[in-house]
Each structure stands twice: as C-alpha cells, then as structure tokens.
Design a protein around this ligand. Sequence first.
Ligand code: MCN
Ligand code: SMO
Length: 788
Amino acid sequence: FRHHESPPITRKLIGQRVLRSEDVRLVTGRGHYLADISLPGQLHAAFVRSPAAHARIAAIDLSEAVAVPGVHLVWTGHDVEEFCSGIEAQFTAEGCELITMPLMARDVVRYVGEPIAVVIADSRAIAEDACDLVSIDFDDLEVVLDPRVSIEGGPVANGERPDNVGLRGRASFGDVDAAFDTAEHVVSALFHPGRVSASPMETRGCLASFDWSTQKVKLWTSTQMPHYVKLCLGLYLGFSEARCEVLSPDTGGGFGQKAHIYPEELIMPLVSRELGTPVKWVEDRRENLLAGAHAHEQYVTISYALDANGRISAVRTHALVDGGAYHAPPQTMAVEAWCTAAVTPTGVYDIPAAEYVYEGAVTNKCPVGAYRGVGYMAGTLARECLIDEAARTLRLSPFEIRRRNVVRDFPWVNPQGIAYEEGSWARCIDKLEEMVDYPAFLERQAKARDRGVYLGLGISVFVESSGESTGMIQAHGMNETYHDTATVKMDPTGSVLVTTGINSQGQGQETTIAQIASDVLGVPFEAITVDAGTSTKGAYGSGTVGSRGAVIAGGCVNRAAAEVREQLIAVAAQMLGVAKEDIELSDGQVTSKSDPEAKMEIADVAMAAHYDSNAWPDGFDTRLEATRAWDTSRPMFSNGGHAMIVELDPETGIVDVERVYSVEDCGVMINPMIVEGQIRGGVVQGIGLSLLEQLVYDNAGNLTTTSFLDYQVPTMDVSPPFEIQHLETPSAISAAGIKGMGESGLIAAPAAVLNAVNDALAAFGATLHDLPATPERVFNAIQGISTP
Ligand code: MCN
Ligand code: SMO
C-alpha cells in the first residue's frame, strides 16, 4: 500500500491566499467553454423530449422532420438501440436495484423531458424546427408522482421495477429499542427538502468528432468526470478506449449535476460516426431544468431518544427519496437516501445506538442525481433541525444541547463502526456561540419583537467525509473504488507541467494544485502549469466529486512531484559533487547544506538532466517525470458549522438572511481565499434551496418550473454578509494534512436557515419542516394553515 503514503512537505505557498491564476482568462472573457468550441463542418443537435410523464409510444412519424432542408439525420430510441441498449447504474449499497436507462425512450416514456428522438441539422434553429415536426401518438399510462404513494405499490412508474422500488435497505446498531423504551423524552419529525436543480450557470453540452480515417473519437463535454465518460464510450458504445479522448473545457459550474454519464454524451459520438462530421449539442435552460439530474427530494423521518439532561441515547432514521424514473448513472438514487440514513444521523454527536431504513421510490419524474453535498444535506437538515426541536422541548439553548452530546474524545467510532480520527467538533460549537455573541443576540431579538420585528437564530454543525477515496467508500460498506493519478513533468527549461485526474468547474484547482507542486519542487508558482480535464494526458481520475480534489489530486501530485524532486536532487548532487542528503531545493534554487558557495538554478539542473550526460548519475533515466497514484487507506472527515440570523416579515412571509457566521475545519488549507469562496458559494446555494428554489410538477407530471422566471435561484441581492473563521485539525494521512471542503457550505446551510426560520416562527407557535420555506409557507404557518 505504498500509494497511501504522503511524503512530508515544507509549506511555503500552501496556506497562502494566492490569487487564482485561472481568473486571468475567466474574468476577462477569455475562458473557453463548450459552446465556444467549434469545428469545421460541425452540425447541431436538438432533442425531441417527452411531453408526457408516462405513456406508450403508439406511433412516431419522422417524415416531415426528415424532409426539412438542412436536416441530416433523425434518430429514435430504436435507431440507437443497435449500438447501445441502455446505461445501467448500480451502486453496491445493499438493496440498490438495477434499472437500465435507454439512451432515448423506445416504446414507453417515463418522465416529461425524456429524450425520444434526436435531430441533426445545419443549425440548432433548424434542428429545433424539425423537432417540432416529429409527430408522436401517445397512449397515456397511469402516472405516479408522489414517492410515498409509489413506494407503497402505487401505479407502476417504470415496468422494469413493478414494485417501484429502486432502493431499499435497513440496518440497526446497538440496542435501539431499549433506548427508546427507557427514554425520558422522544422527539421526532418528518423533514421534506424539496426537489431542486443544481442549475449550473453553464448548462450541459458536448461536441463529438469521429475521424473515420483513424477511427478516433474526440468528445468535448462539460463534465466533472472525463475519465469515466471515456470509459463509457468504450463500455457502452464499443469504441476502442485507447482511441477515445474526452476533454472537459472550462466549465461554468457542475455542482454534481455534471457528475453523471448522460445519454446525450453517448448519442453525439454515435451520430458523428454515422454522419462523418462533428456534431454539437448545447443544452438550453429549459432542457437543463427538465432533464439535467434533479436533486434532493426526500422525506426524512427522524427520532431521538433523550434522557432528562438532553443526552441522546439513540437515533432512528427513515429516508425516502423520490428517485425519478431511472437511476442517474453512475451514482444512483442511493446517494440521497442511503447516504442520509446510513451516514449522517449521528453526525458530531456521541449517540451509541442507531437504526435506519432507506428507500428510493421510482416515480414519473426526472432522475435524481448528485448535487453538492448529496445525501448529506438532507441528513444534516434532519439531524440538526431535530436537535433544535429537542432543545426547545427541554428548554436548553441550541448551543448547550449540542455541547451535551458532542463527541470530545478521538478516535471515535460511531455505532456503524466508522472511525473518526480527529476533529474540532466541540470547539466549533463554542466558536459559533462566541461569533454570534448569543446573550447579545437574545437581547436584540427580544427588543426587536417588542417593535414587531421577528429575528431568528439558527445554527447547524456538521461532519462530512471528504476526499472521496477507496478507503472512505469501502469503510462505509461499499465495494467501490475511487482513485487517481497525477503526472508531474519538468521540461529542460525548468517549467513544470502537472496533469491531474480532476478538472475544475470553478473550484480553482489550477491554482491550488500549483501551490502544492511549487512547495514540493521548490520552484516558483509561475513555473507551474496545471492541465486538468483531459482524459488522455498522463493522469487518470475518478472525477471532481465528493470534495476529493484537494486531498486526492493533492496527494497524487505530492507523490509524483516528490519523485521528480528525487530525480532533480540526484542530478544536482552529481553536478555539485555533494551528497544527495545535502541538497535543498527552494525558490527555484539548488543549495547545499554543507557548502553555502555551491548553488545553482533548478532550471540549470533540468537542462543538464535532459542534455548534459556528465550530469547524469549512474543508471539515470533521462527524464524528469513521474506518474503516481494516491488513495487513502481510511476515511477522513472535515467538520464545521454555520449560524444564521434571519429577519422574518410576518405580513409577507418573506425571510431575509441578515448575516452568516461560518466555522470551517478542513485541516490544513491550501488557499484560505479559495476555501472562503467555496463556503460563500455553497452557503448561498443552501439559502437558495432553503427559501426560494423548487421544481414543481403539476398533477399530470408536467414540470411547471422550466425557466429562471419560475425557478428562482439566489442572486447577489439575497447573499448576506459573512463572517468566517477557520479551525485547523490536520489529517494524519493526507498530503500536508489537507482535508476536503467543497460541499460543506451546502451540506449544513439549509439546516441553519430552517432553524433560524423556526426560531423566528416560535413567536407564533409555528414550526416548518419543509423546504423551501417560501413566503407562502411561512405566511401560512403563521396563520396556522399547512401548505401542500
Ligand atoms: N481547498 C483548499 N484547502 C483545503 C481544501 C480545499 O485550498 N484544505 C481548495 C481546493 O484546492 C479547491 C477547492 O478548495 O480549489 C475545493 O476543494 P475540494 O474540497 O477538494 O473539492 P473538489 O476540488 O473535489 O471540488 C468538488 C466539489 C464538489 S463535490 C462540488 S459538488 C462542487 C464544489 O466542489 N462543485 C462546484 N464546489 C464548486 N465550486 C464551483 N465554483 N463550481 C462547482 O461546480
Ligand atoms: S455532488 Mo459533488 O459533485 O460530489
């Protein structure tokens, strides 16, 4: 297991607020996104998408569409079936049932927006016009939209799962029944985070180019997982993987929605091969809201058994996700309900017994996939909002009840047997209390109420597995792997090219990865170029998911750069005639510990390593290059918390977030400025889904929120001021002690928002359990009316 080792790093740039090097092009409009890429002779695709939620396709007539001038090809599900019978998604969570998703619907459509046919034409406009001329007769089938009805055996949503069960499992650890039987208090509630879209600023899209003369495929796609997409071109379409190249250009956000393989990404290479020309598909916002993976919709019932002092002795969780008509491959609907039930219920609390059930209902809606903090958001919401209800029942402060339950001794093993090696869990609670100045807030809240102003304070604390790795996923009982490589190569002039398996959707890894490489190699930041997002150069990777970029790519780069460093040192020692142990590399210079006069530029060593045979030690491979893998042997966890102050207007039900306080402990930070940007972005997304965003289906299964006029994303006007503080509990296993954090803002913000809303609503004796807490819901809650 040598690939679990992390060579030590002398930190110089790690920890610095280095300005993001990618921003030079991104903020001056010189970024290159998918839609910016054009190839000579390219054609354009548009999809005919199902207007029906569940129906049999009785007949399709393509003749009018095919006859439109400028149309080159129209294919249906049956046409692509001969190349690919569908995408299978299965997660090794117990009880996750296989469902095959056809590239396009064949005889039955199962959700509004499902692709039925593709038109390839000279322009997108022509292709769209031709789509309108495809005429289809549907025989309606019974529709099931409510997962609670579906899972009880309601109308069948997808004939492949006649019981509507996409996922079902349960487990129990410790004596849960005894804890509940002897409890002084039992609190329970049902939380319902609504259906949302990650809605990245840049929609999905891809451009395929098949070259018949070389049988090579090149696919540019806006994805978080270029290597996985390439694997799928081989697995599902039978292309020679070695002749496939998948490139992820600059990406305007992915947030988990682009961590899937989509039918469109497999159809474009097929039509490009068929027509012998490049073909491009750029999704519009309506398609993105209809058919880009949806997120979150769950019903989470959670109960705590507590003693008279507010100590929790057991937790029971039942998580039901509305999975939609198929699993979103490769993650499946398990990432929501399984993760919520099996991974999040104990959180930072020392709860000795836990029992859970997770279920995924198949419904006639768009499949639910990953969205930043997938599974963790709903679980953290349930856990952190229920503990506030327990605090109200026991008349304890929200800080005090958390302090009475928080784990203080590490390593701590939760009831499921997962070991947490370190953390600043208790300090985080104290820190938040200090930051909000709780006694002062209570006074301000009371005074405001006298003036008819309703303030609320909500807190939530979290622990999240970060740095998704083989060690992490297998500790949670999955038989899956997540691993990467990185390649570090120093040129003769001393410039360095780092290729990593991860790619950026905006996180800033071009900067942070260069910070790590710079410290390991002792060369200036400017000497390093980071190339991420291509599937054929050097590195391999499992994707920019699960807050793994810093930990995993960082770990790979550290190992590969350390190897190049050894190669450099060997050459430098030969050139200076000193022992290898004597050599130091720093600031672009080689120095000798024993002889202050012996000095060289690292660039001179690089030149000699390539072109001066006198400099080569015995047996030297003439190269300064290494590819190394890195993976963790066990899980690693980051932690933190948020406190929010909201003002609630009882006349309109509008909630305004006045201020956010965040504490983050992601171990050693590579770049605190980037970490803070990640917190702000994640928290604002969390505010969005807590107060504004919801995808709404009508009773027939039509999505009624298909533009940003109906689907309200948060903008600057709802972004509150932030106060952020860092704690730093390094990981013992990662490079430099780094832990991941890219999802933390979204994981815990919604719980803080809902707790704050409920704190304000307490004045009216009302409580909300559903997200988003829209003005309508808040207003109705005050009036004592429930909102469907
Ligand atoms: N970082 C750091 N020090 C640490 C930890 C992280 O400086 N101790 C930096 C990293 O180097 C990286 C950023 O913070 O620049 C996030 O790092 P990490 O937690 O490793 O997350 P990933 O790089 O793996 O990014 C994925 C994560 C996920 S899973 C989602 S979803 C999400 C998120 O990042 N999607 C995003 N943040 C996003 N931010 C933007 N702008 N766009 C997305 O699509
Ligand atoms: S939802 Mo992030 O892509 O793990």
